[in-house]
Write a protein that binds this ligand. Structure first.
Ligand SMILES: [Zn+2]
Length: 318
């Protein structure tokens, strides 16, 4: 007899899901030139594990949430000409507080790029890896259509749960077995601001498709076949069925895979751009150090808060 049944679809929802953030940072390492690979490859475990720190931090710091999204439809219709792409101009027009309410991901990506560039300049191994891991997270978030849309979990259209369906369930079912991560090489980005705004606008333009295809897939599959129970570490979890997920993925014409590939390319290219802008410092002598006791304690604390906590600010589940 079943002793435990968990009725929720996943216990928690994160941006791109933990699995995908880890995968994106992991694959990005292989797009780097050898001069960077010498530091990044031996530390691929750190870059992968700490890809999700920004989501964990949302359990500790209320202001963290705004860094992960932008409800750009608040500012009118695509391509949102009323929203200045320059932060100072946007803050003058709408106030800094308003910008934070509706999310600041494209600006935060640029702030993090600045931090990574400084870390390279100072040859600070700890800060290079920390900022690279976290910059990867925010760039990946900007590639998710529902991170650029106020109907971010289908709550306005009776599609609650779609956030995790798109960014967690589909990748977990298909990424490892079906998707291709041979992407080529990182490139130097001349105008990082324009680059990340372009990706965010693509996300915003795709949000309607993300919602529409889920509705279509839902009406093509009988309600009793839309969900299935799956074993997850000894718990039975109610989950979108494989048939439903396959049909949704098909209707999306592999959009999730495409956005993931674009994320990987963008993450590697931002890392590379920071290193070039810092004057291409030699990194070989930095490769061997390990975390200090204080650093290890800091990360343990972050994990602890995340495990016991509740998201401060906006939660993707709501
Ligand atoms: Zn996030």
């Amino acid at each position: 007899m079943l002793s435990l049944i968990c009725l929720l679809i996943y216990s928690r929802v994160f941006c791109w899901g933990f699995y995908m953030h880890e995968q994106i940072n992991y694959h990005a390492v292989f797009l780097l030139p050898p001069e960077m690979m010498i530091l990044f490859k031996p530390n691929i475990g750190f870059l992968t594990e700490h890809a999700v720190d920004p989501d964990k931090r949302r359990y500790v710091v209320a202001s963290e949430g705004a860094h992960h999204f932008m409800d750009i439809d608040h500012y009118g219709a695509y391509p949102f000409p009323g929203l200045p792409r320059n932060y100072k101009e946007a803050a003058e027009k709408f106030s800094a507080d308003t910008l934070r309410i509706y999310g600041i991901v494209p600006w935060w990506v640029q702030t993090m790029l600045g931090r990574l560039t400084s870390a390279f300049r100072e040859k600070d191994r700890r800060l290079i890896l920390k900022n690279a891991a976290e910059l990867g997270h925010y760039i990946a978030d900007a590639h998710v259509p529902l991170h650029a849309c106020s109907n971010h979990n289908g709550q306005l259209t009776n599609q609650l749960g779609i956030h995790a369906f798109w960014e967690s369930r589909i990748p977990e079912l298909f990424a490892a077995s079906k998707w291709d991560f041979f992407i080529g090489k990182a490139v130097y980005i001349k105008n990082p601001g324009a680059f990340i705004w372009a990706r965010l606008l693509e996300s915003a333009a795709a949000a309607d498709t993300v919602l529409r295809c889920e509705r279509e897939a839902g009406s093509a599959i009988r309600p009793d076949q839309q969900y299935a129970f799956e074993d997850r570490k000894g718990l039975l979890v109610r989950q979108y069925s494989t048939a439903y997920a396959s049909l949704y993925n098909e209707k999306l014409n592999n959009m999730v895979e495409r956005r993931m590939r674009q994320s990987i390319f963008a993450v590697a290219s931002f890392w590379y751009t920071a290193w070039v802008d810092a004057g291409q410092p030699a990194l070989d002598h930095l490769a061997q150090d390990s975390l200090s006791a204080a650093e290890q304690q800091e990360y343990q604390q972050l994990n602890l808060e995340w495990k016991k906590g509740k998201v401060l600010g906006r939660d993707c589940e709501e």
